[in-house]
Design a protein around this ligand. Structure first.
Ligand code: NI
Ligand code: MN
Length: 227
């Protein structure tokens, strides 16, 4: 079985590997674009990039119901433990964690990370996943930064970049990020959830095709792809 990825809207992704079901940045119950609610999610791992509500919203619910392991920074793990989550893999920026399905590295992100109740959420991050059949980089919420070149150095099968602008990088910077990362394919996220982050994904894809060497991959919420 190959690795399957499903975009669940905003920055939420379901990654189904032969060994594990992983949900990243679960924001479903209050997301205007999510195709499913959190009670339909079966997951073994819950990855959380930073403390903002549109990334952490359904993490505790999904982790507790599935007895899933949360993978996040130390501060977010502590906060989720206070909400009944019993299994956490605590990390910090630059560190890797070997798990049964592959290796998870918590990468730099230029953003903020306060939790919904005002608790300090540590540093925001992105995720570099090294799986049996490929390597995926989820930039998560971030501005463009030149060190993306280092993240892409080992080769990426897929990069997932925010394109919504205003709270993260926008279209122009996502093209520069794509050139720095040099992935085989690139998918947009964190756009069209609300009017302030509306973007023309088809126009973005045309620009990726003409201005970078990556193949653009625009998914509709609920759509699946093979890695
Ligand atoms: Ni954010
Ligand atoms: Mn966000």
């Amino acid at each position: 079985m190959a690795t399957l990825l499903t975009w669940l809207g905003h920055n939420c992704w379901l990654i189904e590997t032969p060994g594990a079901r992983i949900i990243l940045d679960p924001f479903l119950d209050d997301s205007p674009t999510a195709p499913v609610k959190s009670d339909a999610i079966q997951a073994d791992y819950v990855l959380v990039s930073h403390g903002h509500f549109d990334h952490v919203a359904d993490a505790a619910k999904i982790a507790v119901r599935n007895q899933a392991t949360v993978v996040s920074n130390f501060e977010i793990c502590e906060w989720l433990a206070g909400q009944g989550v019993s299994n956490c893999e605590q990390m910090n920026l630059g560190g890797s964690c070997r798990l049964p399905f592959g290796t998870v590295k918590l990468t730099l992100a230029h953003h903020s990370s306060v939790l919904p109740d005002g608790t300090y959420g540590g540093n925001p991050g992105g995720f570099l996943l090294t799986l049996a059949d490929g390597r995926i980089y989820f930039a998560c919420d971030t501005a463009l930064f030149a060190d993306m070149k280092l993240i892409g150095a080992a080769g990426l099968d897929l990069a997932v970049l925010p394109i919504g602008d205003r709270f993260t990088m926008g279209v122009d910077d996502s093209l520069e990020a794509t050139r720095l990362l040099a992935p085989r394919r690139v998918a947009p996220a964190h756009y069209n959830t609300w009017p302030p982050i509306a973007q023309d994904a088809a126009g973005w894809a045309r620009r990726v095709q003409s201005e970078t060497s990556a193949e653009p991959l625009v998914l509709a919420p609920g759509e699946k792809i093979n890695l």
